[in-house]
Design a protein around this ligand. Structure first.
Ligand code: FAD
Ligand code: FES
Length: 280
């Protein structure tokens, strides 16, 4: 899965093409990308790529599509700075560079037979969507699945069509909430932060594994709610984000204690990192 660290080819982007662009919200777009060499990315859910935008530089992005999807892979990208603003101005057919896939991703073999509780906030759904759709496409291998998704307000919801599909399908139960709802927004769902959904979910802590990804602020509070549900620390997988440069364990930009998030993560077992200062 991880490339050999001293192999310099991992620092050279592969040529790739943006094949489609879909606007999801005011801030996020979904990009379908194809490698020009015709190869598939062959990613594990939870891995990321380094995307090179000519003239602007590189940034890491989670692969949002499942490896069970044929054809181009997908990146859900929020407009926040130099590279992402340039990407939001890009057109279908534009050329970019891709390095990766990098990082460990979720251990889909280990999770087989387990019940799953997905907890995601905002853009945290982008990496979890890859695993959720993987589980959907291999549902006979996985147990009961619950999906909890929270956003600041209804206009920030990502992948609305898919969320509505997941809610209807047998492989999972899906619940959403928004922190608040402006008077002019259409929303008849839950209002409250993501942690308000956790006490309502019925799951067996012996057989369930939580998979959490969200903005940094939610982790501490989600961990407290999972404590109340008696879910042990080693039954929690967290996908973490740190500022990165090389993406392959060379530069040290993403270090948390003894771990490099790009190489040893971005997926960590909570039991492993809970005592690392600044991990959560
Ligand atoms: C493993 C991983 C997966 C990711 N997946 C996604 C994804 O799926 N979708 C997505 O949209 N983003 C994702 N990100 C985040 C994305 O890589 C960053 O937002 C990236 O910085 C965007 O690049 P930029 O050049 O557009 O923004 P930048 O110009 O780098 O700015 C980004 C933000 O960081 C601030 N900033 C800039 N420099 C610093 C600094 N030195 N210290 C602190 N803050 C600074 C800026 O003010 C701005 O708010 C992921 C990050 C990681 C590590
Ligand atoms: S980004 Fe360079 S070591 Fe992780």
């Amino acid at each position: 899965m991880n490339k050999v660290i001293r192999d310099k080819t991992v620092l050279e982007p592969e040529k790739a093409t943006i094949v489609s662009i879909k606007e999801l919200t005011d801030k996020e777009k979904l990009f379908e990308v194809e490698l020009d060499n015709g190869k598939s990315l062959d990613q594990t859910p939870g891995q990321f790529v380094e995307l090179y935008m000519p003239g602007y530089g590189e940034a890491p992005f989670s692969i949002s599509s499942s490896p069970t999807k044929d054809g181009p892979f997908e990146l859900c990208i929020r407009k926040v700075g130099r590279v992402t603003n340039a990407l939001h101005r890009a057109k279908e057919g534009d050329k970019i560079g891709i390095r990766g896939p990098f990082g460990n991703g979720f251990d889909v073999e280990f999770l087989k037979g387990k019940d799953l509780l997905f907890i995601s906030g905002g853009l945290g759904l982008a990496p979890l969507r890859s695993l959720i759709n993987y589980v959907k496409d291999n549902s006979e291998d996985y147990g009961k699945t619950n999906i909890l998704y929270g956003c600041k307000e209804p206009s920030e919801r990502l992948f609305i069509d898919e969320l509505n599909e997941w809610k209807k399908q047998d492989f999972c139960d899906a619940q959403e909430t928004v922190d608040s709802c402006p008077a002019d927004a259409e929303w008849d769902g839950n209002v409250g932060v993501i942690t308000t959904l956790i006490p309502e979910v019925d799951f067996d802590p012996e057989t369930t594994y939580a998979v959490v990804c969200g903005p940094p602020v939610i982790y501490k509070f989600v961990m407290q709610e999972l404590d109340k549900k008696n879910l042990s620390d080693d039954h929690r997988f967290l996908s973490l984000e740190r500022r990165m440069k090389c993406g392959v364990g060379e530069c040290g930009h993403c270090q948390i204690g003894e771990y490099y998030v790009c190489r040893d993560g971005p997926v960590f077992n909570y039991a492993e990192i809970k005592d690392e200062e600044e991990a959560i």
